[in-house]
Design a protein around this ligand. Structure first.
Ligand SMILES: *[C@@H]1O[C@H](CO)[C@@H](O)[C@H](O)[C@H]1NC(C)=O
Ligand SMILES: *[C@@H]1O[C@H](CO)[C@@H](O)[C@H](O)[C@H]1NC(C)=O
Ligand SMILES: *[C@@H]1O[C@H](CO)[C@@H](O)[C@H](O)[C@H]1NC(C)=O
Ligand SMILES: *[C@@H]1O[C@H](CO)[C@@H](O)[C@H](O)[C@H]1NC(C)=O
Length: 484
């Protein structure tokens, strides 16, 4: 666990040291004395190693504020372009037009679009507004302009990449063949684009990249990461009709309670089928989920128990409720539940509602008929859940899907709002023990808190550079200078 921590933010440091027992003071004294005697002062390196070793213990004695990280105010999102970062090469001098076909649901597409902006910069290409995926599992006919504010996208990025709504007619007419189509390998490096894609773009002048999700490496230099953040966190803004309804739902819930927890349940049939987990529903469940599982031809046969103990199974709504209660959320907490169809429906949800009676969904918050225009469009409905979850004080993810990742990253960027990721691996053991009556509530609660201690969205949970960049956008998070 200590390995995961890289540094604690500082103001607490001095206080912590002074309030720490006499023993530490003595140790420091001896350390200082030793190094003096040995004729050299303890170097910064030694000091920081020493500091790192004592700090986690210090903070664990304190109580975590479940609603807000004590350190969130020390961080802010920073993605302003550096002075030497090359400006956009104008459309008429660019190497050609880059068409992008995104893939998957709303958030997977969002990842693809952010990465496409960076690829267009690398190639000195003119980016054509990406084409949305109409054929994914979520089947949605929406185009980019139905979901995102196109003009804002174009103007926000104008310093970085020229973006056009479509290929100019002049270029279309001069094309002799259909655009060249290619699919870059997952997580390709910039060199791949320069070596394999650029020559084709130059030759054909119009090039389409298909199934464009996760096609760019996590590791880019800082300035390109910042461009990624500008695209994701600033340029991609929902249309005003989506944003307005989303904010209205937020106001409704804030009108009832000054703060709320949003939970992305994702306890949906496709998710459960994909996970290969078993939830105790007997043959009926096995048959139903098995049927859905056939959709993916290449899924391995998984052991149900194996997946559970590896932490790969989404928590049930009841388990999410138990975790929240154990962490210290009172039964008067307002819960916003973002979700599609829940497997097992009302019956599965009831235990969560019993624990948290102030339970809301977008359907419950919206005025009658208000969601009607959104219903045929899964992406627009997902956008509403995105907004209410993004605005929440605490966001709970229940899977490592794209919405969870994108929102977790965004919340870090926007001032480290708390995001709780259930540590399913450890929690699964605790739930089992609790079910077998081997743990009373107090012991259970203590163990849940400790299982979650590095999964609460604290600023220093992940060493910079580790993890998925969209979830941990470390290059775009800066620490404020502390004045003493
Ligand atoms: C966070 O702040 C609260 C209230 O200000 C305090 O009680 C708690 O001890 C602090 N926790 C840590 C880990 O510093
Ligand atoms: C490119 O377009 C800009 C205006 O957008 C114009 O000022 C410039 O002369 C054009 N350059 C070429 C080479 O056509
Ligand atoms: C992009 O344009 C810049 C400035 O004009 C140039 O230095 C760079 O080599 C170009 N890169 C590509 C891939 O065309
Ligand atoms: C909430 O919890 C309190 C005790 O902490 C209990 O008295 C009360 O009945 C509970 N309310 C509901 C609605 O369950």
């Amino acid at each position: 666990m200590e390995k995961k921590r890289f540094r604690r933010p500082w103001p607490c440091m001095k206080k912590a040291l002074f309030s720490r027992s006499f023993g530490v003071g003595l140790m420091l004294f001896i350390l200082g004395l030793t190094s003096l005697l040995m004729g050299n002062i303890a170097s910064d390196l030694h000091w920081s190693q020493f500091r790192r070793r004592i700090q986690p213990k210090v903070s664990h004695n304190k109580r975590l504020d479940i609603w807000k990280s004590n350190y969130s105010d020390l961080y802010y999102g920073c993605s302003v372009r550096g002075a030497s970062f090359r400006y956009a090469v104008p459309e008429n001098r660019s190497n050609g037009y880059l068409l992008i076909a995104t893939s998957g649901g709303l958030n997977q597409q969002r990842i693809g679009i952010s990465d496409a902006v960076v690829v267009a910069w690398i190639l000195n290409a003119t980016l054509v507004i990406p084409e949305m995926d109409h054929y994914s599992f979520w089947k949605d006919d929406s185009d980019f302009a139905n979901i995102f504010d196109v003009d804002w996208f174009i103007s926000y990025l104008s310093n970085d990449v020229p973006v056009v709504k479509r290929i100019p007619d002049r270029v279309m007419r001069s094309m002799e063949r259909l655009p060249w189509t290619m699919r870059p390998p997952r997580k390709s490096m910039p060199e791949y684009y320069l070596e394999q894609v650029l020559p084709i773009l130059r030759r054909r002048h119009v090039l389409q990249l298909t199934k464009f999700d996760y096609r760019l490496t996590n590791r880019l230099d800082e300035e390109l990461q910042k461009l990624r953040c500008r695209a994701n966190f600033h340029a991609l803004r929902f249309t005003s009709s989506i944003e307005n309804i989303g904010q209205k739902l937020v106001q409704k819930i804030r009108g009832m309670s000054s703060r709320y927890v949003a939970v992305h349940l994702r306890f949906e049939p496709d998710m459960l089928a994909f996970s290969g987990c078993y939830y105790g529903g007997g043959d009926k469940e096995r048959a139903e989920l098995g049927e859905i599982r056939k959709r993916w031809a290449t899924l391995p046969d998984l052991s149900e128990e194996g997946e559970r103990s590896r932490g790969k199974c989404p928590l049930t709504p009841h388990e999410i409720g138990m975790m929240l209660k154990a962490l210290g959320f009172g039964n008067d907490t307002y819960l916003y539940v973002a979700s599609g169809e829940i497997y097992g429906g009302e019956k599965t949800l009831q235990p969560l509602k019993n624990l948290f009676p102030n339970y809301y969904t977008k359907e419950m918050l919206a005025d009658p008929g208000e969601l009607e225009p959104f219903l045929p469009f899964s992406s627009r409905l997902a956008a509403l859940d995105f907004i209410v979850s993004d605005e929440s004080d605490v966001f709970v993810t229940n899977n490592n899907g794209n919405m969870a990742k994108i929102l977790a990253g965004r919340r870090r960027y926007m001032g480290h709002k708390r995001t709780i990721r259930p540590n399913a691996k450890k929690l699964s053991i605790l739930f089992r023990a609790r079910n077998q009556m081997k743990l009373d509530w107090e012991a259970f609660s203590t163990k849940v808190k400790s299982a979650q201690s590095n999964f609460m969205g604290e600023p220093d949970e992940m060493r910079p550079g580790r993890g998925d960049f969209h979830e941990f956008p470390y290059s775009c998070i800066c620490k404020k200078e502390i004045s003493h």
